[in-house]
Structures are given as C-alpha cells and as structure tokens.
Design a binder for this molecule. Structure first.
Ligand SMILES: [Zn+2]
Length: 782
C-alpha cells in the first residue's frame, strides 16, 4: 500500500471538547480490504472514490472492503478531546483556562483521526481547522489563510512535506507568541497568556542550535517555520512534531533570573528536539525496533551542539550524568533489553522509551565516534541523511554509512553492543610484566545469562596509551618492562566497567573522567556485593577533596542515596563530604560552579539540621536571593520550621505561575521531617495543585526523604488507579516506579513485593521489576 496525502477538515466545539471531522486520503492499495487505525473515534460514513461503502469498526481499527483501488478514501467521523489523559488529543489546563493540544508518538495519531498509523507510511498532510473566533491554531506548517464563517473562523495550513503520522501536531487556544524572523526559518515561541516573556531564552538558543545543525548536517532546516510551544500539562519533557515542537513549561521557559540548572535543561531539551527535525523527521526509522537510533542520536547531538555553543558548560560531564550513568545502572538488571529490541504490541513500544534506548545508545555512539574520529563520523551522518531524506531507514543503514566512510567494518564491531543485552566488567590483574584481562557480564544480582563481548579496550600502561580488541573471556598482554602504573578504559569512553585487582591504577595520571569512572564502577561493585562497604569507603574517600563537577556530583549522588537508604548509618559520611564541598564551591561564580553549589546546598539542607538552622534564616530574603541558592534555602526552611513554614510555602506555591519556582516550593515541602506533613504535600496531587505532569517527580523526590517512605508507599497504594489513568499510554509511570520502589521499599520489602505482585499493570511491568531488583541491592546496604 502507498499513502500519498491526507486532506483533513476539522470543526471544533472548543467548550464542549469535541470535533467533527472529514478527511480524504489519497492512496493506492492492491489488496481487497483497507484497514485503518482509529481509536475512540465515531465513524459516520466511508466513501471510496465517491461511492459510499460498508465498513466494520473494532476497538482500534476500521476495516473497509475497498477492493484493490487507487484514488480517494473519504471518511466522516467525530472525535472527543480527552479530559484526563495526556496523549492523543487532550485538554491541557492552566489557571484560567485550557488549550487543546496533541501528543501522538508512538501510536496515538489514531486517537485523533482515522489513519495509517505506521512510521513508514509517510504522507503529505493538508489541514483545515474551524474554531470559534478569537482562538488561535498552531500546526506543523504556516497558516495560508484565515476565513470568517459565521461566528467561527477557518484556518488553512500549508501542506506538509512527506512525513510520518506520529509527527503531526494541532494546538488550539489563547496563545501568546514572540518570533525571530531575522532569517530562515522563522522561530516562534508560543505560551499560554502571561508567560511569553520567559520564551526569549529558548528562542535564542534555537537559532544558534539550528545554525549549528545546518552546518553539521549540511542540510538546511526543511520547513518555513518552527514553533516552540509551552504546553501547561505535558507528560514527557518535549516532543519533536515537525515544525511544531511541544514542551512542558519547565523545559522551555527560562530567563536571566533562572538557575543555571534550569537554563541548561531548557537548552538541552531544545537542542534534542531540534536534532530530531533532521534525524527522525526528515529521515525516519522504519519501525519502532530502531527507536534507539532516533533517540540516541538526538541525545548525542544535543550535547555536541551545546558544547559548541556554550563552551563554558561541562557538556560532556552533563552528558555522562544524564545518559551514561542511568544506562549503566538499568543495563545491569535482568529487565534490560538489547539496544535493538523487537517490539510487537503497544505496551512494549511505550516501555522502550527508556534509559537503554536513550542513554546506552547515545553512549555507544560516543564510543563509535571516539573510535572512527569526529570528521569520519560526521561524514557518515551527512551521507545517511542525504540518502534517506523524506523516507525511512533502519539501524544497519546508519552503520553501513559510517563503515563506508571509515573504511572499517563498524557494523561488525557494533553488533555485540546493539544485539546483546548488558555489558561487561573487565577484571584486571597485574603480575610483573603481564596484565591479565578477564571479562564477564556485569549484573547487580547475578541473575542474568553470562555473555562475552567484543570490547574495544583502551589502556595506558606506564604512561603509554594503547588499544586492544578483546573478544575472548580471558586474555593476557605481555609488556617489556615491569608494570608500575596502569589504567583501563581511558576517559571511560567504553561502555564497560573495570575491576582492579591492584592499586597500581592510583599511580597513573588520572583525568577527571578516569576518576569518575572508578568512582562510578566501585559504587556498582558495592551494590552488586563484589566489594565491602569498607573497601568502597577506602576508594571514594581518596576523592573527597577533588574539586571537579563530574566527581563531586557523582559522589554527591551516591552519598545522598546512601543517606536515603539509611540515615542513621550513612548520615555522617554524607554530611562530611557535602560540608567539605560546600566550602570548595561557595565562592565559585562559574556556571558549573553555581550548578554544583546549588545541588550541594539543597542536599546538605536535607541532611544536616545544624546547617539548615542557619540557612533557614535566609528565607526572609527569599525573593531577592540568587536563584541557584533558592532551593537550598526553601528546603532548610521546611526542615527547620516544619508546620511553622507550611502556610508560607503553600501560599507561595499556589500563587506562583512559573514551574521553575513552583517546583522549588513543592520540593521543599517534600522534605519535611514529619511524615504527616509530607502526606499533606502529597494530597496536593489530588486537589489539582500539583500538575498531573509533575506527579512522578513529586513521588520520586519524596522517595529520597528517608522519613517519608511509608507515607509515599501508602499514597501510591491508595491512588495507584488515579495515576495509572493519568499516565495511560505514556510508559512513564513504570520508568519512575523503577526509581521510587528501591527507596521507599527499604524496611518494607515484603509488603512492596506483595502489593506489586498483585497489581495487574502491563504498562509498568519492566519498571516495577527493575525497581524490585534495585531494592534487593539497596536493602543489603541498609
Ligand atoms: Zn527524542
């Protein structure tokens, strides 16, 4: 079957949340019946080349006896705007109203219009939308005309180029806009009323990022305009709809008064979604099996572009933090999957948008680029994009393209990393002049099948760099002189862990990335029970005084997690480390410095009451504080004053309209020491004070409060159906449960396991199982 074009006419009843639709699809089909995807749509009439025909409708399909034909398939239908969900076409509410907006990836265009909802069935889309006068409409392409019709108006949009259904967009509401029309493409930011002044930062970033990509890809951005739309309720971070990118407000809105963290996050998300405009939208994967390629690449490119645009930010460090770290963790559980996964049903697709698809994939791309070099890698990308423009490709096409340019068989080396789950741990033993390398698959609980990988090992021995392709389980490398210093996996570019049977590594000259690699590996070894806590402490305490973004934030994460696991046991060491680092960063005015300081300040406020006591006094001057210290101060205020701070924090939370600030008050109120006060904060979810989109954040943050475990667990138990309904079709809930369960389950292992075992929740099975496995590892540390 070949689909060529959709002409769609939609007449909206904005206040009622419904629409009447008419579409004409031009296609060729040489089969007897034509089957379309359609969910929750009422189909009124179907015509084939002008002749009305019979059809059958099932829960998610329309089957039309068309006979083999080419020409027009016309459908009349009615649709409803979802009130409680955040997918398909839905209402996104804000204080004084709502907008109607869409979110289709992966399989929800079928909730909007009857269509052939498959990424490889690309077509052109021509859209007409009739709405009440006064409402604005945004879609992928620019508006061609707006015509009056009674008390309504009809917006006509320009026709899109060939694209996949999941990239279609429609937004209706009372939008405010700013635009940059200095050159092509026009960049427009749209928000609900009163928020547009915080859109300029993203608009400026977008211009720089588009310039960077146009140079890197050697292909101009393809549409006349790109919208960046802040959606008040949004399940994901953002969505790359071609020419009409949607964001949750906290991933798009920022200005000079925002924290460094906030500005970095906005820049990263904007850069990620813009990368998709080429890699994903112009060239699309054939099927969701290759989702990883789409996401890994956008993830990898985002940090690359930011490194170029903001050299003062530690983009590589941030990349490792956001991507490599969590991928290494999730990939060591039995629930992991190969990067290239086979998917059949909708639940499987949703659950694929995970740390393996994004993080491991992106880390492997970093490994490949490191292997073939920057220029060769880029040339391979450019060729790939040119060859498959306005069409579809698969993973192998990409590797072939890189192989062609590099002259070596990258596909072969990459095969192991793409088709095998997990990753190896390499044991290093030194005796005199020889090094013995042994590999085994790394697993947190030892409950996975052992595998052998082709590992591009990098090492430095007595100060000399060399590479070694390891393919056997055990290999010995001989040297001419006695080995006095060595390190393996230089700069941790390889996606594997190194277990040293020697302290000679500390004789080597270690880069920041090397040190981070050791610290992160030994944390994993601790969790896996491969080393004792004493050995772990011996290794990490070497780095307590290191003033480096990557090392400090890694150690802070580990020690804060230990605190959350058992404050009685780990509070001491965690406080000590954070106090040392607070002094180091207090006067550092660099952006990286302020980001790090902000993080340390907040965590110390949570853990250290003596410290909080002084810090909480600054709440008097809260509004005039630097935004990087605000979180720490608000948290200290909650920790010290408990009930006494509640009214103040709550009122501010309710009054504030920007999410960046709202989330600070919310976060503070999740760290009360008294459990019932945290329970009080959680009840703000049901009252609608906490946005639906922020429910997972709220629960995951509270899980780090060691005094709130039971309260969080009870809340989830009582309201599991409510959150499942809110997150239906997104796959998000399962992924967040993977983070929440291991923390709140400590001390309640049996209850947690029983509760989730009884719960029939297909959309979250992977996340729940991952969470229960991590819980086992954490419980041992308690
Ligand atoms: Zn993406």
């Amino acid at each position: 079957m070949k689909v060529d074009r959709y002409e769609i006419f939609l007449d909206f009843d904005f206040s009622n949340g419904s629409y009447k639709g008419y579409e004409k699809i031009t296609l060729e089909n040489d089969e007897d019946t034509t089957t379309l995807d359609a969910v929750r749509l009422k189909i009124l009439k179907v015509k084939v080349n002008g002749r009305e025909v019979d059809f059958t409708q099932t829960e998610d399909k329309i089957i039309v006896k068309t006979g083999n034909f080419s020409g027009g398939l016309e459908i009349e239908f009615e649709g409803k705007v979802a009130e409680r969900r955040l997918i398909g076409i839905y209402k996104a509410s804000y204080k004084d109203g709502y907008i109607i907006t869409t979110q289709f990836e992966a399989t929800h265009a079928r909730d909007f219009i009857p269509c052939f909802d498959h990424p490889a069935l690309k077509a052109r889309f021509k859209l007409f939308v009739k709405v009440d006068k006064g409402l604005k409409v945004i879609s992928n392409m620019p508006i061609v005309s707006v015509k009056d019709e009674g008390d309504k108006v009809i917006y006509e949009f320009d026709e899109t180029p060939k694209m996949s259904t999941y990239l279609l967009y429609l937004g209706i509401g009372n939008f405010e806009e700013i635009s940059d029309q200095t050159k092509k493409p026009t960049i427009i930011v749209a928000t609900v009323p009163g928020k547009i002044q915080k859109g300029k930062f993203a608009m400026d970033i977008a211009r720089k990022v588009i310039d960077f990509y146009e140079k890197y890809f050697e292909i101009p951005y393809q549409l006349p305009k790109v919208h960046l739309i802040a959606v008040p309720e949004f399940a994901y971070g953002a969505m790359e709809n071609w020419g009409a990118i949607t964001f949750r407000e906290s991933a798009l809105l920022a200005d000079d008064s925002s924290s460094v963290y906030q500005r970095f996050r906005v820049a990263e998300v904007v850069a990620h979604e813009l990368a998709h405009q080429w890699f994903g939208n112009l060239v699309t994967l054939k099927w969701w099996d290759d989702l990883w390629l789409n996401e890994s690449f956008a993830t990898f490119m985002a940090y690359k572009s930011l490194k170029d645009i903001f050299p003062q930010w530690d983009s590589e460090g941030a990349f490792i933090f956001a991507e490599t770290l969590s991928a290494l963790e999730k990939d060591s559980l039995s629930t992991t999957h190969p990067i290239e996964a086979r998917v059949r049903d909708v639940f499987e697709i949703e659950q694929l948008f995970d740390d393996i698809s994004y993080g491991k994939g992106a880390s492997v791309l970093r490994m490949v680029e490191g292997f073939v070099g920057f220029d060769v890698f880029r040339r391979g990308v450019v060729n790939y994009l040119n060859r498959f423009s306005f069409s579809n490709a698969q993973g192998s096409d990409f590797w072939n393209s890189i192989s062609e340019v590099s002259g070596s068989n990258i596909s072969d080396i990459m095969e192991d990393w793409i088709t095998k789950p997990g990753y190896p741990m390499v044991k290093v033993r030194v005796s005199g002049r020889s090094i013995t390398l042994e590999q085994e698959r790394f697993s947190l609980l030892g409950n996975v099948e052992n595998l052998t990988y082709k590992i591009p090992i990098t090492l430095e021995v007595n100060g000399k760099f060399l590479t070694h392709l390891m393919s056997k389980e055990r290999e010995i490398i001989e040297f001419e002189s006695e080995i006095k210093s060595l390190k393996v996996n230089v700069n941790k570019t390889g996606f594997y862990r190194v277990f040293y049977d020697t302290d000679l590594v500390f004789n080597a000259k270690l880069s920041e990335l090397d040190k981070w690699g050791i610290i992160n590996d030994y944390w994993a070894f601790l969790l896996a029970g491969k080393i004792s806590y004493t050995e772990y402490e011996r290794i990490i305490s070497r780095f307590f005084n290191d003033k480096s973004f990557l090392i400090v934030n890694e150690l802070s994460n580990q020690l804060f997690t230990l605190y959350a696991i058992n404050p009685d046991k780990y509070q001491g060491i965690s406080k000590e480390f954070h106090r040392i680092q607070l002094r180091e960063w207090r006067n550092d005015k660099s952006e990286v410095g302020r980001l790090t300081y902000s993080n340390i300040l907040h965590r110390l406020a949570v853990m250290d009451e003596d410290f909080s006591l002084g810090l909480s006094e600054m709440f008097k001057f809260y509004d005039s504080l630097d935004s990087d210290v605000k979180q720490g101060v608000a948290t200290a205020y909650a920790v010290i004053y408990e009930e006494g701070s509640l009214d103040d924090l709550l009122q501010r939370f309710r009054k504030e309209s920007f999410d960046e600030e709202r989330l600070r008050y919310l976060t503070a109120m999740l760290f009360f020491r008294k459990p019932y006060l945290v329970g009080n904060t959680l009840s703000l979810i049901l009252s609608g004070d906490v946005k639906k989109q922020d429910i997972p954040y709220t629960l995951a943050t509270a899980a780090y409060n060691p005094y709130a475990k039971a309260v969080v667990f009870n809340w989830i138990k009582t309201h599991i159906n409510f959150i499942r309904e809110a997150y239906k079709g997104t796959g998000i809930l399962g992924r967040r449960l993977a983070e929440i369960i291991p923390l709140i389950g400590i001390g309640m292992e049996r209850e947690i396991e029983e509760f989730f075992a009884k719960l029939d929740m297909p959309e979250g099975v992977i996340g729940i199982k991952s969470g229960l496995e991590l819980l086992k590892a954490y419980s041992k540390l308690k």
